[in-house]
Design a protein around this ligand. Structure first.
Ligand SMILES: *[C@@H]1O[C@H](CO)[C@@H](O)[C@H](O)[C@H]1NC(C)=O
Length: 295
């Protein structure tokens, strides 16, 4: 819609100026996907939600206190951009939300990172139903040009961290992966427990991109599903062998690593006056017993 039409080119007309916000087409087709498996954690945000609902356990679907800068409340972090719903966000029922990071996004004393990560209520670090059997984490992402990520950095966007914090069973990332300069920056990518890329796709800066990752905690495998816009998800990898042991928790949000350091947690370079964000939708964990996956 931001390109001149053939007709306007043929007539020598200047393209019309689009007065709507540049990157959120509120009239696009809404999500039409149907969840067909039992939901374990529902992170789909009701359409009446206000940002302050994220600040207390009674009104948030997520942990109200973690994982964020101590000076910030979740209501400082969460925005509700005008955008069409993602694939599994029902029109009039759910809405997308944006996670943002700023200079204040320093968790505890982790001065190297800028981070704001949501954890599902009911997903404790040990004994979580999210870390047993077969489970599929669903999420959709949309780029916000007004708060663009800086792809010269490495970003974790969705991950599952083992309960002893020694490893992540998988990382869904974007940007320049530290120590792996052969990987393209402008992609979303799934890394296994060894931080080896198992799949990637170019970042689309206008469309919703829909992802699902099935973790089989019994067979120790990962399988990735993907689609764009409102298309049904398709399997894009086989069930790849991966060590899913160690329980832990899902985290959904942004962890931006610094550059120029070997101690990424505590030091390194981060740009000042940071104003970055990413739009999330269709967020839920489903029970994939008997290989059930909503597409
Ligand atoms: C992006 O990150 C690089 C590496 O830290 C930095 O040099 C550059 O200034 C950043 N760009 C913006 C727009 O912040």
């Amino acid at each position: 819609m931001h390109h001149p039409t053939l007709l306007s080119l043929a007539l020598g007309l200047a393209p019309l100026v689009d007065a709507r916000p540049p990157h959120h087409n509120i009239h696009a087709v809404a999500g039409t996907g149907t969840v067909k498996c039992p939901i374990v954690f529902d992170g789909r945000v009701p359409s009446a939600t206000v940002a302050t609902d994220f600040d207390s356990y009674g009104t948030s679907k997520f942990n109200a206190e973690y994982v964020k800068g101590k000076e910030l409340k979740w209501s400082d972090i969460i925005k509700f951009p005008e955008t069409a719903n993602a694939r599994f966000d029902a029109d009039g029922t759910h809405k997308a939300f944006e996670v943002t990071i700023s200079d204040k996004s320093i968790f505890q004393t982790q001065n190297g990172f800028r981070r704001a990560g949501l954890q599902f209520q009911g997903d404790p670090n040990t004994g979580s139903p999210g870390s047993t059997g077969q489970k599929t984490i669903h999420f959709s992402l949309k780029w916000d040009a007004a708060r663009a990520l800086n792809l010269s950095h490495e970003y974790l966007l969705v991950w599952h961290e083992a309960s002893d914090y020694s490893a992540n069973q998988f990382n869904f990332e974007a940007g320049a992966i530290l120590g792996q300069s052969s990987l393209a920056r402008d992609t979303y990518k799934v890394l296994d427990r060894q931080n080896k890329q198992i799949w990637s796709t170019p970042i689309d800066k206008t469309a919703w991109q829909n992802f699902a990752i099935t973790l089989d905690f019994s067979k120790n495998t990962l399988q990735v599903y993907y689609s764009k816009g409102d298309e049904p998800l398709k399997s894009v990898t086989s069930a790849i062998s991966n060590n899913n042991a160690g329980a832990g928790q899902y985290q959904i949000g942004i962890l931006k690593k610094p550059t120029g350091t070997s101690d990424v947690v505590n030091s390194g370079f981060q740009s000042r006056n940071l104003n970055e964000g990413l739009i999330y939708g269709s967020l839920f964990l489903e029970d994939s017993a008997s290989s059930c996956v909503s597409l």
